[in-house]
Design a protein around this ligand. Structure first.
Ligand code: EPU
Length: 428
């Protein structure tokens, strides 16, 4: 089984370029099927989730051509199905964005009901509520969810919970619905704004993205365009935390500092120095880390997708910190047991973790429970005394483009081992 082997203790110093946003890419790529001509997408991250979603598109008949590792041209004109097969969809939850996109194209879609995930129950009732309001009927047969309408009609939709996925899916379907749709209590994440900008560039009429009220006037046709995906907020935040964790001095480049304000604010509270430029942040730490309390919230609050990484950092902050999860269920804290194996002192009670800062962590074999938990293991490995082996790295590679190369460039001692289990490797 492939692993990352990390020898901790090196300060991260230098510059890192942030890739395009995973969660924008996995929404924008399905949206291409709404266009009547090819689209060129730039700044696409080279990660396995993007490969999975483009493979689904190819299976649907689209022509997908990589011009370089971050630029893809997709011709949706040959798409000839409104059904997504289970064997592809099960690999990635975002495959449910094909429901909204196929509804926009064909007024019907049959997509496998997304399975459970490793950090809790993930219902799609708000997506279905939106589709029903747009005039669809929904049905479930053999694990496949079918959604169809004679004609999609604009509607007022109030989301009972702030949901990124439901906001995106409803936007996709409503873009070509007849009339006017208003999504209230909409999610405000940067990738929602990015999807709206992409759709508007294609000819859609969407306003209010980035606020909690999104208004969509349906259009008949969307054209092919060239579009660059925004930088990945969470990848940027992960390198900021890694820099802080190692007492480093890192320029995190090709980012939108505004998207990182909640992360920067917490790092500053912990004693980290942050300077902001137009498209970079400079992260430096020379003194000790101070305790800090953090509650995850929908954007613009502190992102749940940074919760494991910041907890890894707080394990070595002076004093007692508390991290509370308010977006997902409590088992987004499952990775805490892995941190404890490295010497962290953390108690989880329901949706909160209480962290007693320790002097240092010690290297151990640990596993990634999910993508962000995996990133937390890497950060912990970078500050551990001795060697850390991070297993189940396929989770990490779903969302972090070239993580090993980027960390090595910053001075980390990390490599990817593909040796079969049972062979013990040593770092020289
Ligand atoms: N929810 C419902 N009903 C729904 C939809 C959501 O109750 O119909 C609840 C969820 O159970 C959860 C909350 O609403 O408690 C928020 O879920 P949301 O729908 O916003 O999450 P998502 O769209 O499934 C996206 C990201 C996640 C990120 C969350 C929250 C993508 C592909 N995924 O998931 O990212 O944690 O928003 O910000 O955009 C990651 O990148 O590691 C990741 C997991």
């Amino acid at each position: 089984m492939d692993k990352y082997i990390i020898k901790g203790g090196n300060r991260l110093v230098g510059e890192v370029n942030i890739s395009g946003a995973k969660n924008a890419a996995v929404a924008i790529i399905p949206a291409v099927i709404l266009a009547d001509a090819p689209c060129r997408l730039e700044n696409i991250p080279d990660i396995s989730d993007v490969k999975t979603i483009t493979t689904i598109l190819e299976e649907m008949g689209a022509e997908v051509r990589y011009l370089d590792r971050n630029t893809v041209e997709i011709d949706p004109r040959c798409v000839d199905t409104d059904v997504i097969p289970y064997e592809f969809a099960k690999q990635i939850r975002a495959s449910y964005y094909f429901i909204g996109a196929l509804l926009g194209r064909y007024n019907r879609a049959t997509v496998p009901l997304p399975g459970g995930c490793n950090f809790g129950v993930r219902p799609i009732d708000q997506h279905l509520k939106g589709f029903t309001a747009l005039g669809c009927t929904t049905g479930l047969d053999g694990g496949m969810i079918s959604v169809e309408a004679e004609k999609l009609r604009g509607a007022n939709i109030y989301l009972d919970v702030v949901s990124v996925g439901a906001t995106i899916n409803i936007m996709l379907a409503a873009t070509k619905a007849k009339g006017y749709t208003v999504i209230e209590n909409a999610a405000r994440e940067p990738h929602i704004v990015d999807l709206a900008n992409f759709l508007n560039t294609m000819g859609a009429n969407i306003s209010g993205a980035g606020t909690d009220t999104i208004k969509i006037r349906g259009v008949d046709k969307l054209r092919g365009v060239t579009y660059a995906i925004i930088p990945d907020q969470i990848e940027a935040g992960t390198y900021m935390v890694a820099a802080a964790a190692t007492g480093g001095d890192v320029y995190v480049r090709n980012i939108t500092p505004k998207h990182l304000e909640s992360i920067s604010a917490k790092l500053v509270e912990m004693g980290v120095k942050i300077e902001e430029g137009d498209d970079f942040v400079h992260v430096m730490r020379t003194g000790p880390l101070r305790k800090c309390n953090i509650k995850t919230m929908p954007h613009p609050g502190f992102p749940t997708d940074m919760q494991p990484q910041i907890t890894a950092l707080l394990t070595i902050a002076r004093g007692t910190s508390m991290v509370s999860e308010s977006v997902w269920e409590g088992n987004r804290f499952r990775y805490v047991d892995e941190l404890k194996r490295m010497g962290a002192e953390i108690n989880v009670d329901g949706k909160s973790a209480v962290i007693e800062g320790v002097e240092k962590l010690k290297g151990a074999p640990v596993r990634s429970n999910d993508l962000r938990a995996g990133a937390a293991m890497v950060i912990a490995g970078l500050i551990c005394e001795g060697e850390t082996q991070v297993e189940e790295i396929h989770y990490i590679e779903r969302g972090y483009d070239s993580i090993v190369d980027k960390l090595v460039d910053l001075g980390a001692n990390i490599y990817r081992s593909s040796k079969p289990d049972g062979i013990i490797e040593k770092i020289s």
